[in-house]
Design a binder for this molecule. Structure first.
Ligand code: NAI
Ligand code: MG
Length: 503
């Protein structure tokens, strides 16, 4: 096929261009404050490779200030005393402001992350709005229990015993660049519903929507210090937050290697830690599956968000009876995807987030080739200054290859054929990760027999990658611990207190 040229990025709106020109500041104690650090981070449009903004690289002194503001807001003042129903109202107000600014937030997200504005609008920012609404409801529904005890007290003694859930305290939240504002919402929603206070650090590649969110948090009327937002690198701002004695809990989404570092560092002060880490999720296609669903579904499982999805369906296992049909179908779908800049309405897949990520993904494809994988489609980058990688399908792979074992985090599918239905759970589980999986079959017994054997936090059936604020999300094995969303996340942001009263 003749190479299709990559279109150029349309000009941003005047409002967004103005926003990008703002002087780098930090959001601490309800105000935009000058950073103590003189270091700056260049923020780049991944479709062009050009700088669009500069932000501060907050240092340890900036972290001290932000943690002090969060500590003060937690320990005393209006937030500590606020009725749950008023926290709920603030979260709703924030969600309304997100809705009001949906178009602008989607444009900022697109320019900063590379995803299309269309997807940013209908998926990312809409989910952010809905997430705050869902979590708003939890503010008024946090419960403990009463229970009977058999305590041997003095004769005639009676006890009244119950539990209460209380906010865990000051939470440091460190998030990645693949769904920048949605990750901020997943973190902030439960923290604010439960009455915690927060220092949030967006990823250095994609800080822009979090900074715009700070404006909206102030506009919604959250008391000063409840949410503080620091831009900065992982090694500076992130590491200082994790080590800080004034932080009670760290919530992290990102790579498994950094998750391990964070868990070690947090051990020194025994902070609570929740980790949502990498994945290598299998897509299992049974011979009886509905092929009209499977091909689009498997393509979307890996190519959505250019494969920069922690639960992306990266390892395709198709039964030998349908393997060729699935691989051909997904490869054809891959070829038809139009790459381009996010603000171009024709674009179906944007660039990867950074030069570094583009090089990492191309390096994986190269290592696959070297180890004997066959490139069915894609396999390289189109000519462009942007950080694009063509949607790629690899076959002839073996379970020990790097491309099969490691998280690639790009639009690269590795496809394997299986023979025996009894082997498939072991093949699917042959990974250090356990975030997601999907099973494609019309047979209810096949599905129900397989689902319990899959070691993953979410198993989708005849679909993949769907998430919902009500549906717990998180990993088995090295995909992390703790579950976000639903009732489960309330436990992550609260301490359980037992009260024993001799009456
Ligand atoms: P990363 O894990 O280094 O970055 C994620 C966040 O952690 C960012 O905010 C970063 O500033 C922060 N961070 C980095 N080092 C830190 C440290 N020592 N202490 C505290 N915070 C720190 O991920 P990176 O380097 O951007 O991407 C590398 C690979 O990680 C990707 O190729 C992908 O495989 C995986 N990844 C997985 C994600 C997921 O959602 N599971 C999201 C992003 C990356
Ligand atoms: Mg890193």
């Amino acid at each position: 096929m003749a190479p299709r040229p990559i279109a150029s990025q349309p000009e941003p709106s005047a409002a967004v261009a103005r926003f990008f020109k703002r002087q780098p500041k930090l959001f601490i104690g309800g105000d935009w404050v000058e950073p103590k650090s003189n270091e700056r981070i260049s923020v780049v449009d991944p479709a062009t490779g050009r700088e669009i903004a500069q932000v501060a690289d907050a240092n340890a002194a900036d972290v001290d200030r932000a943690v002090a503001a969060a500590r003060a807001a937690f320990d005393k003042g209006p937030w500590a005393e606020m009725l749950p129903v008023d926290r709920e109202a603030l979260l709703w107000k924030l969600s309304d402001l997100i809705e009001k600014n949906l178009d602008e937030l989607a444009e900022i997200e697109s320019l900063n992350n590379g995803k299309t504005k269309f997807i940013a609008k209908i998926v990312d920012i809409t989910e952010v709005r809905n997430y705050f609404r869902y979590m708003a409801g939890w503010a008024t529904k946090i419960e403990g229990t009463t229970f009977q005890t058999s305590i041997h007290g003095p004769p005639g003694a009676k006890f009244h015993t119950y539990t209460a859930r209380e906010p865990v305290g000051v939470v440091a939240q460190i998030i990645p660049w693949n769904f920048p504002l949605a990750m901020a919402a997943w973190k902030l929603g439960p923290a604010l519903a439960t009455g915690c206070t927060v220092v949030l650090k967006p990823a250095e590649q994609t800080p822009m929507t979090a900074l715009r969110l700070a404006d909206l948090i102030a506009e919604a009327g959250f008391p000063p210090g409840v949410v503080n937002i620091l831009t900065g690198l992982g090694e500076t701002t992130g590491a200082a937050l994790v080590a800080h004695p004034g932080v009670d809990k760290v919530a992290f989404t990102g790579s498994t290697s950094v998750g391990k570092l964070i868990n070690k560092s947090a051990t020194d002060t025994l902070k609570r830690v929740s980790l949502e880490l990498g994945g290598k999720s299998p897509v299992i296609v049974m011979p009886d599956a509905d092929m009209s669903q499977v091909i689009g579904g498997a393509a979307n499982a890996i190519f959505f968000n250019a494969g920069q999805v922690c639960c992306a369906g990266t390892r395709l296992f198709a039964h030998r009876k349908v393997f060729d049909q699935v691989v051909e179908g997904v490869s054809t779908a891959a070829q038809s995807i139009k790459l381009g800049p996010g603000l171009d309405p024709q674009t179906q897949m944007g660039p990867l987030v950074s030069r570094e990520q583009q090089e990492r993904v191309l390096g994986y494809i190269e290592s696959g080739r070297r180890e004997g994988a066959k490139v069915m489609t894609g396999g390289d980058a189109p000519a462009s200054p942007g950080f694009y990688v063509k949607p790629t399908v690899l076959t002839s792979v073996r379970p020990d290859m790097k491309v099969v074992r490691e998280e690639i985090f790009g639009p690269v599918l590795v496809a394997q054929r299986f023979e025996d239905l009894d082997d498939i759970a072991a093949l699917a589980n042959d990974t250090p990760f356990g975030l997601g999986a999907s099973v494609w079959s019309k047979d209810i017994s096949t599905v129900h027999r397989l689902v319990p054997k899959i070691r993953a936090g979410t198993v989708w059936v005849n679909c993949h990658n769907f998430v919902d604020p009500a549906m717990p999300f998180g990993g088995f094995k090295q995909s992390g611990f703790g579950r976000e969303h639903g009732r489960a996340v309330i436990d992550l942001y609260t301490e359980l207190k037992s009260v024993c009263i001799a009456v």
